[in-house]
Each structure stands twice: as C-alpha cells, then as structure tokens.
Design a protein around this ligand. Structure first.
Ligand code: HEC
Ligand code: HEC
Ligand code: HEC
Ligand code: HEC
Ligand code: HEC
Length: 408
C-alpha cells in the first residue's frame, strides 16, 4: 500500500518535472535586450496591415483591447509623463531628461531628439494635460506616443511584434498565429516579478546604506510571497486587470494591512501588521505614513499626543544619504503604544495619514520658491505648480478609530 502510494508520487513528480522541462524548453522568454533602448517600430510596418494595426497609441489598442485600456487609463502608468517630472527637464538638458524617460516613457520614439522637441512637448502638455483620449477616440487631438508614458507598447511591442502572456484558455507558449497584428508571442516572462524590475528595481551598484533607492524586487525576493509564487502581478494585476493600484489608492493600502486597537493596563496599543504587501511598506523613498495617538478626557480635551513616522528618509547632499528607515517589512507586526496615559484619560484616538508624494512636495516647493522664484512664467514653472497642487490633493486619512479607556 505504502509502496504503491510512493510509486504514484514518483510518477506524478516525474510528470510535473516533465511538464516543467518541456515548458522551459519551448518558452521563448523575452528577446535579448527587451528593456535596453526598446524599439517598438523598426523599419516599415508589414504593409498588409491596416492603419489601425500600425497605430501604436493606446487609443488604437483600446479599439480591440477595451478592458485593458479602461483599467490602464486610470493607472499611474498612463500618467508617468507627468508635470512634476517634465517641469524639471529644461534645467537638466536633453541627455539627462532622456535618462528619466528610460522608465517614464522608454520607447525610442518617446525620447527627445533635441531641445526644440522637448520644449514643444512641454507646451503641448500644458494645453493637453491628458496624454491620450480617454474615450479611445482616434480622430481627435492625437497626442504623440511619448505623452502616454508607460503605454501599452512599452510593455508589449518590439519591432512591430506583440508579446504577451500565455492565453488564459490554452496556456500555449511561443508564436501564436492570429488574423490581427501578425499574431503575438506568448511567454511566461509576463507572469514573473522580474518583468517589472527594469523600472522598479535600481541596480545594487546604486545602493545607499546597502539598499538602492528603489529596491522593490529585492524586498519581494526576501519576503515569504516569493517562495509562495505570489508575484507583483498577483497583487497589482489581479486576474490580469491592468489596474496597477499602489499607495495612491486607500483601498489598496487597506487590503495590505491589518489593524488592531486595544487597551493594555495603563496604555493604548495600536498594532499594524503588513499582511498582504510583497515588499516594505512603503517600498519607495517618496511616501510618508504618519501614525498619531491622542489621549482625551471625558469632555474631549486633549491631554497628550504621540506621533510615529513610517518612512525611508533620504536627503541629497552632493550624494544620497539615508537618515532613517522605519518602514514595515513584509509580514512585520508592529505596536504603536500610547503610554503612560495621563490621569483622567477617557479615550484615545488613533489616526493613520498617508502622504504618497511627501518627498516631492518638498522638491516642488524648493523649485518654485527658490530655483524658479525669479522666472516669470515658463512652461516648466507652470508644470511644477500643477504638480504641487496635485501632490497636495493626494494626501489622505487611511484609518481613524477611538478606544474608550476603562480603569483596571
Ligand atoms: C484590430 C483589433 C486589435 C488591435 C487594434 C490590437 N489588437 Fe492586440 N490582439 C487582438 C486580437 C484579436 C488578439 C488575439 C487574442 C486571442 O487570441 O486571445 C490580440 C492579442 C494581443 C496580445 C496577446 C494577448 C495574450 O493572450 O497574451 C497582446 C499583448 C496584444 N494583442 C497587444 C496589443 C497592443 C499593445 C495593441 C496596440 C499597440 C494591440 N494589441 C492592438 C486584436 C487587436
Ligand atoms: C529606474 C526607473 C526610473 C527612473 C530612471 C526615473 N524614475 Fe521617476 N519614478 C519611477 C517610479 C517607479 C516611480 C513611482 C514610484 C512609486 O510611486 O513607487 C517614479 C516617480 C516619479 C515622480 C513622482 C510621480 C510623478 O510622475 O509625478 C517624479 C516627479 C519622478 N519620478 C521624476 C523623475 C525624474 C526627474 C527622473 C530623472 C532624473 C526620474 N524620475 C527617473 C521610476 C524611475
Ligand atoms: C507595465 C507593463 C504593462 C502595460 C503598460 C500594459 N500591459 Fe498588458 N500586460 C502586462 C502583463 C505583465 C500582462 C500579464 C499579466 C499576468 O499574466 O498576470 C499583460 C497582459 C495583457 C493582455 C492579456 C490579457 C489576458 O487576459 O490574457 C493583453 C491583451 C494586454 N496585456 C494588453 C494591453 C494593452 C492594450 C495595454 C494598454 C492599454 C497594456 N496591455 C498595457 C503588462 C503591461
Ligand atoms: C502580496 C501583495 C503584493 C505583492 C506581491 C507586491 N505588492 Fe506592491 N503593493 C502592494 C500593496 C498592498 C501596496 C500598497 C501599500 C504600499 O504602498 O506598500 C503596494 C504598493 C506598491 C507600490 C507603491 C509605492 C510604494 O512606495 O509603496 C509599488 C511601486 C509597488 N507596490 C510595486 C510592486 C512590485 C514591482 C512588486 C513585485 C516586485 C510588488 N509591488 C509586489 C501589494 C503587493
Ligand atoms: C517601463 C517602466 C515600468 C515598468 C516595466 C513597470 N512600471 Fe510600474 N511604474 C513605472 C513608473 C514610471 C511609475 C510612476 C508613474 C508616475 O506616477 O509618474 C510606475 C508606477 C507603478 C505603480 C503605482 C505606484 C504608486 O505610487 O501608487 C504600481 C503599483 C506599479 N507601477 C506596478 C508595476 C508592476 C506590478 C509592474 C510589472 C508588471 C510594473 N509596474 C512595470 C514604470 C514602470
């Protein structure tokens, strides 16, 4: 009995290994250099193609891939060609600005040819803040591909060919013949966390205090999610939906955390557990999360306040320096204890506030009130002031709860 059972396991094990090997043997992966100087168009498009198939703008993809377009257009990827970034460009010059575009709008056709091209683009974006038509209308105000930032073609098109994950129904890999846009190449690379790394993970050579400014893939590798096969896509593209929700979305953040509030003798204890976040909370250096506790008497009079910041704080001072790192690691449980409670404390209120772009608020204020203070009006200055308005609007209250204190 035992022996047969064992045999079955061995047979099953061999079958699984066989399946893995045959998949590994035929999965084409991404072509070499997929993320180096990516070229969506090389030479002429196949001339049998319709105008629509040759059009790489997201509104064109959206004619057929409606679901992906409708989700993507509300994501930050669609807005990566942002006022806060391009407002800094004229002072940086073409070469350095194109380096920023390596992640924010990386296709060869999205890069600037020269300074006139850059200036024209800044003016155009002032009159058309949205880089594409939300209705997927191909006729009206066609924007250059650059303005749609991390657009469909950035992830899916190289040399006129489409690349995507294995179709859900068949799981097939390799080239798939279809009547439209020459079919596509299916590869499991789209299902792996590594796919996101070229923009969400800086190289180790750029480490500050042992950790690059953006260290998301490494943080994920060190978490229990990596060994359980829970990838970036599992959480950020559930069911392959192109939502890419992150710290700017309160519901997404709530999904990732568990809160508990209780009284322990003469103290109030608020615990946060990072239960569904595959990296540090927050992963980037720009957000700041503030936990506040307020002790009040029966009339609501404030008796005492406590505050904690959850942040990786860095400053640029000739080079980057890390001041502190108080972020929650994946899986970490941390208590924020209000103690000792003053006499007459009747209740304690806890609040958690999230400032997703905290670091940039300082950068934009510095630019507007120092560097650009004497410039009257310029496209760059107007973009930066729009960016400052936007980041202020992005702050939100994540949690608020009050606990009544009983004498013991
Ligand atoms: C005229 C309609 C049409 C247009 C326009 C179009 N596609 Fe497609 N696309 C299709 C069809 C049909 C398929 C095959 C779907 C299938 O077999 O499941 C497909 C397949 C794909 C796939 C593979 C999906 C998978 O299962 O991996 C990707 C990726 C893709 N298209 C991306 C794009 C992008 C990016 C654009 C715009 C640059 C675009 N398509 C424009 C119709 C279109
Ligand atoms: C390695 C990829 C990468 C490069 C290169 C890069 N960024 Fe970013 N940038 C990101 C990512 C990822 C985010 C979003 C971070 C987050 O919210 O976690 C971001 C966010 C931003 C934001 C805040 C959101 C917005 O768009 O308003 C600004 C501003 C910005 N980057 C400016 C720049 C500038 C200026 C440069 C060049 C000096 C640059 N970036 C280079 C990846 C990159
Ligand atoms: C940041 C990269 C990125 C961008 C931008 C992006 N995609 Fe995708 N797309 C992916 C990944 C990754 C997958 C596979 C997700 C998975 O398997 O969990 C995917 C899957 C798909 C699929 C297959 C869907 C399915 O259900 O099988 C289609 C079609 C597609 N994308 C089209 C688009 C279109 C159209 C746009 C623009 C509106 C777009 N994508 C923008 C990364 C991207
Ligand atoms: C287990 C689910 C999960 C996994 C796996 C995961 N994330 Fe997240 N991610 C979240 C949640 C929840 C948030 C919102 C809270 C936060 O900001 O940390 C988030 C936030 C983010 C943010 C917002 C910026 C910030 O500073 O926090 C980025 C960027 C991001 N994730 C990228 C990635 C990438 C890239 C991967 C894969 C290497 C990944 N995530 C894996 C759940 C996940
Ligand atoms: C070509 C570069 C690039 C690739 C590839 C890419 N991203 Fe991004 N991503 C960005 C940039 C740039 C931003 C910031 C956009 C902005 O706000 O300006 C961003 C923003 C995000 C955010 C929102 C962060 C926030 O602050 O709320 C999430 C979540 C995210 N990406 C997840 C992913 C995942 C998951 C993948 C892989 C499937 C991926 N990204 C692939 C460049 C990229």
């Amino acid at each position: 009995m035992k022996f047969r059972c064992g045999q079955a396991w061995v047979a099953m094990g061999l079958a699984v290994i066989g399946a893995l090997l045959s998949a590994a043997a035929t999965d084409p992966g991404l072509p070499d250099g997929y993320w180096d100087q990516p070229q969506a168009m090389v030479g002429h498009a196949p001339h049998a193609w319709s105008k629509l198939e040759k059009n790489l703008r997201p509104e064109a993809c959206g004619q057929c891939h409606i679901e992906q377009f409708n989700a993507w257009k509300n994501s930050l990827h669609a807005h990566a060609y942002s006022p806060g970034m391009i407002g800094q460009f004229p002072a940086m010059g073409v070469a350095d600005s194109n380096d920023c575009l390596n992640c924010h709008a990386p296709l060869q056709v999205q890069k600037y040819r020269d300074i006139a091209d850059m200036k024209g683009s800044l003016d155009l974006k002032l009159s058309h803040p949205e880089g594409f038509d939300r209705q997927a209308d191909l006729g009206s105000k066609a924007m250059p591909l650059r303005h749609s930032g991390v657009s469909c073609a950035v992830c899916h098109v190289r040399g006129w060919q489409r690349f995507g994950p294995p179709p859900k129904a068949s799981g097939a890999i390799g080239h798939q013949q279809r009547a439209v846009h020459g079919g596509f190449t299916a590869t499991r690379a789209f299902e792996q966390s590594q796919f996101c790394a070229s923009c969400h993970q800086f190289p180790d050579s750029m480490a500050i205090h042992g950790k690059p400014l953006e260290n998301t893939l490494n943080e994920w590798k060190q978490s229990k999610f990596a060994s359980r096969g829970i990838t970036c896509q599992t959480c950020h593209m559930p069911d392959r939906r192109h939502e890419f929700r992150g710290i700017h979305d309160a519901d997404m953040v709530k999904k990732g955390l568990t809160f508990e509030l209780s009284q322990r003798r003469n103290s109030a204890v608020f615990a946060i557990t990072s239960s569904w976040i595959g990296h540090a909370f927050p992963t980037y250096v720009t957000p700041e999360v503030v936990v506040e506790a307020t002790a009040m008497d029966a009339t609501g009079k404030v008796l005492h306040r406590w505050q904690w910041e959850i942040v990786r704080e860095v400053i640029y001072d000739g080079g980057w320096k890390e001041l502190r790192d108080t972020r929650l690691k994946a899986g970490e449980h941390r208590e924020f204890i209000a103690a000792p409670l003053p006499e007459r404390t009747a209740r304690v209120r806890y609040r958690v506030r999230v400032m997703p772009d905290h670091f940039y608020q300082g950068v934009y204020q510095g630019l507007l009130f120092d560097d650009m203070a004497h410039v009257d009006r310029s496209a760059a200055k107007m973009h930066i002031s729009h960016a400052l308005e936007r980041v202020r609007r992005d702050d939100y209250l994540l949690y608020e709860q009050t606990i009544s204190i009983v004498d013991d």
